[in-house]
Design a protein around this ligand. Sequence first.
Ligand SMILES: [Zn+2]
Ligand SMILES: [Zn+2]
Length: 234
Amino acid sequence: MALHYDLHIHSCLSPCAQEDMTPANICAMARLKGLDVIAVTDHQSAGNLPAVAACAAREGLLLVPGLEVCTREEVHVLCYFADVAAAQRMGTWCYGLLPDIPNRPDYFGQQSLVNERDEVVGTEPRMLLMALTAGLDEVIAQARALGGVPVPAHINRGENGILTALGFLPPEARFTALEVSPELPLPGGLDESRYRVLHSSDAHQLGDIAERGRTIPVAPGVAEVLRWLGHATA
Ligand SMILES: [Zn+2]
Ligand SMILES: [Zn+2]
């Protein structure tokens, strides 16, 4: 069994994402591209995940609920959960550690909360792109306490990749999986064979959602995906 995947997609709740990155549009596009499983991972918030879950179910897509958390070190960590409720608890925890700085929609973009019919039902007032006051170790511990799997995002990208921010993968983090930007080279010295390696899109617009091509070798189920991600290969 192999699932075609894209486990890093932003909805219109992320200020940097296009306004048409609505739950229904994302799921329809993922279906059109022939994907089996997606994760919508907005910055520091699970606010649109209930709507995404409803749309994914309608499209027959598997959804892994997730968030992209920015740690105090400015490292982006994807956190994947077994259900929307656990992702929402992570979101609540993040919100308590997010500096209270208002978003400037004219400059950063809108942060829209939408329902499963793609109707805007609210706006997130606080700027979600700020780094949390919590460090990497705390974010990882919190994600795992909620049964989640933390995966450092775009590790080979200059901006907010862990290798740029810290220079290495801290062994005490015990990462089992890494996300690698498909279009960038991997730095030397990294033993890729020790990790589950994801090549997701980090899509901020519909056309950038991954094409059918890359797969993960698991049966269709969120628990199966999390178990695979959480198992180091060495
Ligand atoms: Zn990122
Ligand atoms: Zn992202």
